[in-house]
Design a protein. Structure first.
Length: 328
């Protein structure tokens, strides 16, 4: 089986020559303007595990490239090697310029790809430090890296990293169970993708007093489709956070409400994500996103009038979700 780095674009180079090539790559002489469009704002490390497939790696690599078009970045891609060999590292260098509607909108970025043996934690950290743009913040995206392996990086590879991100909808292990050195500096891409959902649902519910929403609430049910368990968990967390205000209400029993997270299987074939609130009377609130496209709907009766409202929840592009996870 070929190494993961072989599925990604770039020019093969000896590891020791990458920085030297970078120093001259954008120097096209006095008439060249490429160098002025490559000023990086940050370092982004995309870190793969052994179980990531070539297609998945390419998809996530392209997401980082699109992200770098808006936020110029030095990209470093870490690809574990399955081959024993002599334990040495190999590298690739990728560069590309993107031109917008005018020449002034051009953006140039570079990606440094490293194939390494997963046992070399300390040496890996040393090599990455050589490749980082100095004095710029560093962000780290883990994809398919075992949690036990991540723990070994806390005191070397992740020292000084501003934020780590992962995707709980695709990771086989729960990253939330890790005791991160700085838990506030860790973000979930599944939560980032919920931004349009939080906006749509929050805008509707903001028309009601918190006391009215809390009074008589018996259960909150979140249902998720296949491949969206991360979104389901994060949506439930967001609802619980919002309903924490119920504790301030007099004679409110919402804090005793039941919270249920379940799969959509067998419930609604056209549901990818849904939220339902049940009360001790005839009131109710239901929101769901249809499985195809960006359409959804809200059905509710919260004491005023019965409402059925179509909603549009446009999914974030991968690079948009990445920026939301990194910065907010």
């Amino acid at each position: 089986m070929a190494d993961l780095i072989d599925a990604l674009p770039g020019i093969e180079l000896p590891v020791g020559e990458v920085t030297a090539r970078l120093a001259t790559m954008w120097d096209g002489g006095p008439s060249s303007s490429a160098n002025e469009f490559r000023a990086s704002q940050m370092n982004v490390v995309l870190h793969f595990g052994l179980e990531v497939t070539p297609d998945e790696a390419l998809e996530r690599f392209e997401a980082v490239l699109h992200f770098a078009q808006r936020y110029p970045s030095r990209i470093i891609v870490l690809c574990p090697s399955r081959h024993v060999g002599d334990g040495s590292m190999s590298a690739k260098l990728f560069s590309q310029c993107y031109i917008g509607e005018s020449h002034r909108e051009m953006c140039c970025c570079e990606a440094l790809l490293l194939s390494y043996k997963s046992e070399d934690c300390g040496y890996l950290a040393n090599q990455v430090s050589v490749w980082l743009e100095p004095d710029l913040p560093t962000y780290h995206w883990f994809s398919g890296v075992p949690t036990s392996r991540i723990e070994t990086y806390f005191n070397n590879l992740l020292v000084g990293v501003r934020r780590c991100v992962y995707d709980s909808s695709v990771e086989p292990e729960s990253f939330g169970d890790l005791v991160w050195p700085a838990a506030n500096d860790v973000s979930d891409l599944a939560k980032a993708r919920l931004l349009p959902v939080r906006q749509a649902v929050g805008q509707f519910l903001s028309g009601y007093k918190i006391e009215d929403l809390c009074h008589g609430l018996q259960s909150v049910i979140v249902s998720h489709g296949e491949g969206m368990i991360g979104e389901g968990r994060r949506l439930m967390e967001w609802v619980k956070e919002c309903l924490s205000e119920c504790a301030k209400c007099e004679d409110c029993t919402a804090q005793n409400a039941e919270f249920i997270l379940q799969g959509c299987d067998g419930l609604d074939a056209d549901c990818s994500l849904s939220l339902e609130w049940k009360y001790d009377d005839d009131r109710y609130f239901k929101w769901r996103k249809f499985s195809d496209g960006s359409l959804g709907e809200i059905e509710a009766y919260l004491g005023k009038t019965k409402e059925k409202i179509p909603t549009r929840v446009k999914p974030l592009a991968p690079e948009q979700a990445l920026s939301e996870a990194l910065f907010f």
